[in-house]
Design a protein. Sequence first.
Length: 271
Amino acid sequence: MFFSEKQNKGTELRIKAKKILFRKKSKFQKIEIFESYDWGKVLMLDSLFMLTERDEFFYHESLVHPILSSIKNPENVLIIGGGDCGTLREVLKHPVKKVIQVEIDELVFKASLKYFPWVKKIYKDKRVSFIFEDAKDFIKNAEDKFDVVILDTSDPVGPAKVFYKKEFYEDLKKILKKNGGLAIQAESPIHHLKRIKKLYEILKDEYKSILPYLSPMPTYPGGLWLYLFVFNKKIKMLKPVRIPKNTRYYNKEIHFSGFKIPEFLKRIFGI
Ligand code: SAM
């Protein structure tokens, strides 16, 4: 049996399943986890591939380490979305004091705890608190200020539509520390240029620096993924002060190579 994701009108990615492990509809989305032949266990939300055990580290390491490695004493981190806890696993490789993860769908977390081994290892970490609510509500009432806010969100459908609204980024500014920054998963430069342009137009009105970063991501649309590191102060480049040891993709060379951007993207970002 194959599971497939429609990546565009005429493009699909199919992954052959050995065994279906979990299949439920929460009040927010359809959640499926299956064992595959080539990619380990796979998480799908509303028929979109969110994570495979074989290649998730490209994405989670690229979303977290370029920004966190560049902050000397990162105390408070907020993760928005991230129900599969791959992002949380990478954040905890840094000397953070407190991590709050705001995931709208507790069932994504519960299913990930059951089927993805890294979750069991980290979810009892004393530095972590889980909040299960819509992030757009959480940030309106948040008391804490954060060094880094990480948007590990799904594609802009269903509950994730909020992440493409100007108001969301205005509210985010209020909970960022003076030198704090955002790490945003900003979709595929191959298939989602319209979304990227829309997000960039929103961000450039609200923030002073937007640093684009790229990494391979085999099972996401186009196999190439974009991240945006965003600050309310003028920054030209993120320089690492710490490189976490136990990574599988990220290292000092990758840190700098990820910021090398091709011409078609430079034109979008006015670089
Ligand atoms: N890494 C995946 C990707 O880039 O496609 C997405 C990671 S994670 C699975 C996305 C999470 O965002 C999902 O668990 C989803 O439930 C959560 N999410 C979507 N909208 C949300 C919202 N408004 N507030 C909080 N979490 C949300």
